[in-house]
Every structure is written in structure tokens, then in C-alpha cells.
Design a protein around this ligand. Sequence first.
Ligand SMILES: NC(=O)c1ccc[n+]([C@@H]2O[C@H](COP(=O)([O-])OP(=O)(O)OC[C@H]3O[C@@H](n4cnc5c(N)ncnc54)[C@H](O)[C@@H]3O)[C@@H](O)[C@H]2O)c1
Length: 339
Amino acid sequence: MKVLITGCAGYIGSITSKICLENGYEVIGLDSLCTGFKENISPEIDFYQGDISDYKILSRIAEEHPDLKSVIHMAGFIEVAESVKEPEKYIENNFAKAKAMLDKLIDLKFENVIFSSTAAVYGMPEKQEAIMETAELKPINPYGESKLLFEEYLREQSSKINHIIFRFFNVAGAYGDLGECHQPETHLIPLILDFAMQKRESFALFGNDYPSHDGTAVRDYIHVRDLAEAHVLGLKALEASSASEDKNLINQAYNLGYGKGFSVKEIVEKVQELLEIELDYAIKDRRPGDPAFLVADSSKALRDLGFQPKFNEITRIINDAYLHRKQHWERFSRSPVTS
Ligand SMILES: NC(=O)c1ccc[n+]([C@@H]2O[C@H](COP(=O)([O-])OP(=O)(O)OC[C@H]3O[C@@H](n4cnc5c(N)ncnc54)[C@H](O)[C@@H]3O)[C@@H](O)[C@H]2O)c1
């Protein structure tokens, strides 16, 4: 079977491409390389460089792969703070361009789409309990809004193309040569690892007065390899539904996390334990819009898709990220990090 993966040069897209290849899929990749890395693209992928909204490229892909019916759409911008400063950039790339792509894929007779959405669509949940897919969708920043707009468009188009929406919680870890490398990096595990490896001058923990056991915010970290494997299950569910009348598992949203939260302080402590060092970090005020507690209830993915996490051990997640960062720091650092 074939699958088109947009964002295949990025962190999650490159690892999802690798896992799809390992599961016997032929992978066709589309990425503009606006934030991704050419080194992340395996020679086994039939790679097209271009924008997701470029009709000519989409037509060429369909012409050259007439049996291609499924897409995993991972391309997008991901920085929450940047989205607050430049909301149009996010609405344009994550919604308007994705919508243009979907319209074209429907014209080209694609049948299945898996969309990388985010826990940011839930906004600031009030209760400290694992979030179910039925929770209120109330994003509080343009990044979350742009993702929710595309989710809604997918639901509107579900009579023309089948979909699965995966709402990722905090994705972390690495797979061999492939790992996280965002510019700027804003995610906790790479930031604290950079500080620990003296690649970053300072590290601040934001807020120690949250209503949690140690006062710091709690998040659900999922290993990128488990997340990528869930996409293979999603593809299989979509492919099976194309061949039958049973549409129960598709045209649905699924949370992807482990249902277990770690506080920022606990992550810092795990890094200290793993690397056997003491870190002298700063504590600053809470950042506006950071919820106290974001943990997934992923029981729907476990039950319906047979999602079975294999790497759900926080030390494994941090260690894989560390090995990747240590090995590839020079290769991936485009500019010196000073803050
Ligand atoms: N990293 C996380 O923890 C996380 C959490 C929740 C959701 N997500 C979602 O997962 C997806 C992948 O995230 P990531 O961390 O791998 O990001 P990334 O920045 O590493 O990868 C995104 C890729 O998309 C490409 N891209 C962006 N806009 C494009 C366009 N218009 N046309 C073609 N290519 C384009 C970039 O060049 C890059 O290679 C995103 O959609 C993101 O919203 C990520």
C-alpha cells in the first residue's frame, strides 16, 4: 500500500515515514522544507519538494502514483507563542493551505486522510482529570484555533473523504538518527537537555504555583515511536473501512497520550538523575495560557484502534531524546542558541 506523508522532513513526519516503511508501506513524501530538514528524508521515500497547497505538485503526485489513496497530513507550523504574535501566518498555513490541499485531494479521488491535531484544541481545561475526546473544544491561541478549523473542515467533508483526527499530547523521544529539532525549540525535554549539555546558557521553569503536587504544570509525554505506530493503525482502519460498510472507527478524533502526567519539575529531576548532574535553573512566573494539567484519556484509541504503547517509560523517552541530541547537535543547530 502507498501513503503520502506531508511534513515528512519534520520531526514527527520523518519518524512516521520510517515506521510506515517498516510496516511495508511505500511512502511518498511532500514537504516544502520551510522548517524541516532534507537529511531527515530517507532515500526510500519518493520525495516531492513543495507546498501542500501547490495544486500542480499534488496533481503530479497523483499522476505518478495513480494507486495512492491515503494521506497523513503532518505539515504545519507548531509554535504557540509565534502564533500569538502572527496569527494570520498560522491560519494561512495550518488551515487555509490545508483546506486547499484537501479540496484538491478530493478532486484527485483520494479516499483517506489522517490529520495531526493537538491537545491545544482543548484550550485551558478547568478540571485536573484526563481529557476525553468529548471534552469542550475551546482553543486559546491561534495555533489551536488553526488546528480546530481544519478538524471542522474535515468533518464537513466526511461524505467525500474519510478521516481520522489524532490529537497529540506532548510528543517526545527519538528514533535513531531522527529526532526533535525545532528552530526555535520551545519544548521542555529538548530545552532542558540542551541546558544540561551546556548548549544553552539558561533554563527557566515557568510557574511553581500551579495546583499540582509540586506546583509545576503537568503534561502527558508520548514517545514519538508509539505515536507513529498509532498512525499505521489509523491507516489500516481507514483502508478497512474503504472496503466495507462499517464506518464506526473512522471519521473520529482520537487522543494520543499515555494517560499519565509528569510535572515540569519531575522531568527536570529525571534529566538530572539520568545524566547524574545538578542543574542550576531559574524559576519564573507562569506564562499566560499554559494550563495546569494536560493529560490524555486515550482509552478510545486503545479500544477502537488497538493502540498498544511500547515505549511508555519516561526515562526511555528522555534517554532516546538525549542520545539523538548529543549525536546530532552540530548537524542540526542552524544558529547558536543564547537564551
Ligand atoms: N511536536 C509536538 O509535540 C506536536 C504536538 C501536537 C501536534 N503536533 C503536530 O504534529 C505535526 C508535526 O509536528 P513536528 O513537531 O514534526 O513539526 P516540524 O516543524 O518538525 O515539521 C513540520 C514539517 O512540515 C513542513 N511544512 C510546514 N508547512 C508546510 C507547507 N505549507 N507545505 C509543505 N510543508 C510544510 C516543514 O518543512 C516541516 O518539515 C504538526 O502538524 C503539529 O501541529 C506536534
